[in-house]
Ligand binder design. Structure first.
Ligand code: IMP
Ligand code: MG
Length: 182
């Protein structure tokens, strides 16, 4: 699997160091608050598990499942919620966790939907953010790493549902992406 990567951007020690820092920041900011973390599946699975175990606060955890990509590497802009019920977050502080901020469509749609559930506050935490002009103005309140505008896999991020279990984050070899999209 690692051999399919053209470049490794962040290896396990680098990810772990950054998770330690992010967890400390979040723990300080949400001490004595009623925190509900809402993780966006499937991409944030690894991030959620590894980050939240570093946060020693009595938080609640819920997951949302959405589909915004349809197997390929281009976002359609359409965000489909796979469940109807929203978590009970009235007067709670929500932290949305996602793997990556790309066009911003996914997080903008989720944020808008969660606002209807009347939380006290909503913030966004993403592991990665692409340096680019976004279709939707979304800024991450907590960010792991900023990356160039290129397609990455690993640590939860997929290419056609593969590579999620890769422990590092990297760029796939071009010929593998070209072959799959034919
Ligand atoms: P956005 O709605 O364009 O911001 O895209 C967000 C979603 O697209 C993420 O939650 C990912 O699932 C997926 N995505 C965007 N860029 C990448 C990438 O480089 N690799 C893998 N998945 C990505
Ligand atoms: Mg995905």
């Amino acid at each position: 699997m690692r051999g399919d990567l053209e470049r490794v951007l962040f290896d396990e020690p680098a990810i772990n160091r950054r998770l330690d820092e992010l967890a400390e920041q979040i723990s300080n900011d949400y001490r004595d608050r009623d925190l509900t973390v809402i993780a966006v599946l499937n991409g944030s699975m690894m991030f959620m598990a590894d980050l939240l175990r570093r946060i020693p606060l009595p938080l609640k955890l819920d997951c949302l499942s959405v589909a915004s990509y349809h197997g390929k590497t281009q976002g359609s802009g359409e965000v489909i919620f796979k469940q109807v019920a929203l978590p009970d977050v009235i007067d709670r502080d929500i932290l949305i966790l996602d793997d990556i901020l790309d066009s911003g469509h996914t997080l903008a749609a989720i944020r808008e939907k969660l606002e209807t559930a009347k939380p006290r506050s909503i913030r966004v935490c993403v592991l990665l953010s692409k340096k680019k002009k976004r279709a939707q103005q979304i800024v991450a309140d907590y960010l792991g790493f900023e990356i160039e505008d290129e397609f990455v896999v690993g640590f939860g991020l997929d290419f056609m549902e593969g590579y999620r279990n890769l422990p590092c984050i990297g760029v796939l070899r071009k010929e593998l992406m070209a072959r799959a999209s034919r």
